[in-house]
Design a protein around this ligand. Sequence first.
Ligand code: ZN
Length: 381
Amino acid sequence: MASPAKKVKTEVSMDETCVEGYIHNVSAVRIGVRNGAKYFNASLQVSRDEFRHVVVFAVEKRSIFSLAEKNKSPVKLMKIKKRVSYEGGKFDVQCGKATELIVVTDVGFGFRESPQNAQKTVAEAKAMAARQQVGKMEVKVCRVEVATEMVQIMGANVETQTCYVQDSSGHMKLQLWAGQIGLVVNGHSYQMRNLSTREYLGCVSLTTTRNTEIAEIPEVAGASSFPHFEVKEEVVTTLTGSIIRAEIAVSKKCTKCQAWQPDFNSALKFHRCQRCKFLQKAEFYQCTASGRVALLQEGREMDLSVTNSVIRCYLEKEALTHLLIEGQNVEEHLLSGDAWRVHIQQDVVVGLDKVAETAESSETEDGELAGAMAAMEGERI
Ligand SMILES: [Zn+2]
């Protein structure tokens, strides 16, 4: 093993640099947003305390990188390029098809847990800068907001839900996105990996990312003595009326590469993904529906926004998810029902039911509402 390494060292040229250390945090294969190139990321521990970002544009090498990480093997990466890092004065390591990874006997320092992977408390996460990775946290969820929200990201409607997490050092806000909505239940404890920090008006909060993993764990230590977390809860009201206007947009996403498909034509049987270029059946694309409805109740009109999870929850309950192929199908369905029971928090619909023909009352018992909300929460999970 030592001899080929030595040989390369004598032949080193500008584009045949090498670097030694330990591999950490090998990511899943990713696809570049701009050019569609496949790659994966990792970190390289280059001294006792220093870590470098690594990008590898040769996904077939992922298994040997993963093995080196698993075995904590000291390695030499040959034929790499050093790129100037965004973090001033440092370099990032870029690997390509020509890059070789060889295991060496010693690099002069020991394997050390990457700071990215270290477990953080709520207080430690709150003290971090924005856009930093938080490797691991063990927290209790102390509040999950009932209403979700739709936000525009790169032209697509993406759903988000706010919750709050807590440990013995304090509490902080955590933003859940799309597929992670409904994954956590108020009062339960979770181990969360690969979160990221955000800052708004000087206040640091957490957000999930594409790589976030959430797993339920037994109650975190000391949870029974955590201070009670209180926020002013907006009241959920229930109204019965007819929907007289609806505007529901359905965004499509590739289930293979997660790319949004702004030019999706729902009239066609097949669609080619704009990023990964696979031709796939139209119904194979993931749908996110959201929009606005106008509810007419006792002569009064109310404009309400309606989010993906509410629409999806209703359609799943009624076995109507095939309507999601096109926004107008959902709009027509909403307009065709005579009466709807709509649960509202501020101007946001948090639950939706078609009223059976015999029911006429616009009053709903508290117990019934609680039941409907519980059913909705249950179905989301
Ligand atoms: Zn795709």
